[in-house]
Design a protein around this ligand. Structure first.
Ligand SMILES: Cc1cc2nc3c(=O)[nH]c(=O)nc-3n(C[C@H](O)[C@H](O)[C@H](O)COP(=O)(O)O)c2cc1C
Length: 217
């Protein structure tokens, strides 16, 4: 026989809920301790195996990150995230020049603007991540256009990462959430980064935590 131990894990569903997972230990380990307390520690190899399992799981999943970036910050965030979750990157691009003031107004009004043809069908994709700048506390009209063009996402999970000057990430995430849930997709987690952290490189900690949460799903 054996015993069950529980390890803590972070469930990013909702707002940072923490839970536990049971791990079965065969009896042969019954004289071992989870921490070094005189005998020998089996915590490290077990955590190593658990981590390995989750990264293998991540590698076997096909994840797509669709991002829009005007000034390059969201692109940096999306690229860093893609490296960590081994995702395919799809760039959302406007069809031509656009007026930024009109873009901001259209974002505010949750309107769409045309984008160049890009991968919007989720056949063969297990999960979608939308990486978007915050515009007018919402998302750019090009991101709205992408969300409206998404197909084949029924029952599939999605995550959102919002890049901003400082305010409005929550409503921006809510806007994407609403649009993709209408397509039958289910929201799992979100994160936000701030422009100055992207400029000075400290944003990677947020991306790391977000990526680990995505791979654990
Ligand atoms: C039209 C427009 C509206 C914006 N609205 C907001 C906003 O409501 N809140 C905020 O924190 N930042 C806002 N920003 C700042 C961007 O979110 C920020 O500069 C972000 O880093 C841009 O990402 P990018 O470099 O990928 O384009 C706005 C920027 C633009 C151009």
């Amino acid at each position: 026989m054996g015993i069950y131990h529980e390890i803590a894990f972070r469930n990013t569903r909702g707002s940072g809920h923490y839970g536990t997972k049971a791990i079965f230990f065969p009896s042969v380990f019954r004289n071992c301790t989870l921490r070094s307390e005189g005998r020998f520690s089996i915590a490290s190899p077990i955590l190593f195996m658990v981590r390995g399992y989750y990264s293998m799981k991540g590698l076997s999943m096909v994840i797509r990150i669709a991002y829009f970036s005007w000034k390059g910050h969201t692109q940096k965030v999306a690229t860093a995230l893609a490296e960590r979750v081994n995702a395919e990157l799809v760039r959302i691009e406007p069809t031509g020049n656009f007026n930024i003031a009109i873009g901001g107004m259209k974002a505010f009004l949750s309107m769409k603007s045309p984008i160049k043809p890009c991968k919007t069908n989720l056949a063969g994709v297990d999960g979608l991540i939308i990486a978007t700048p915050v515009w007018s506390h919402k998302v750019p009209p090009f991101v709205n256009e992408y969300c409206s063009a998404v197909s084949g996402g029924e029952e599939k999970p999605f995550h959102v990462i919002a890049e901003m000057g400082g305010r409005g990430a929550e409503s921006a995430v809510a806007s994407v959430k609403q649009q993709l849930e209408k397509k039958g997709m289910h929201f799992v987690s979100s994160a936000s980064t701030v422009e100055r952290d992207v400029d000075n490189g400290t944003f990677t900690a947020t991306v790391e935590t977000f990526a680990n949460g995505i791979l654990k799903k």
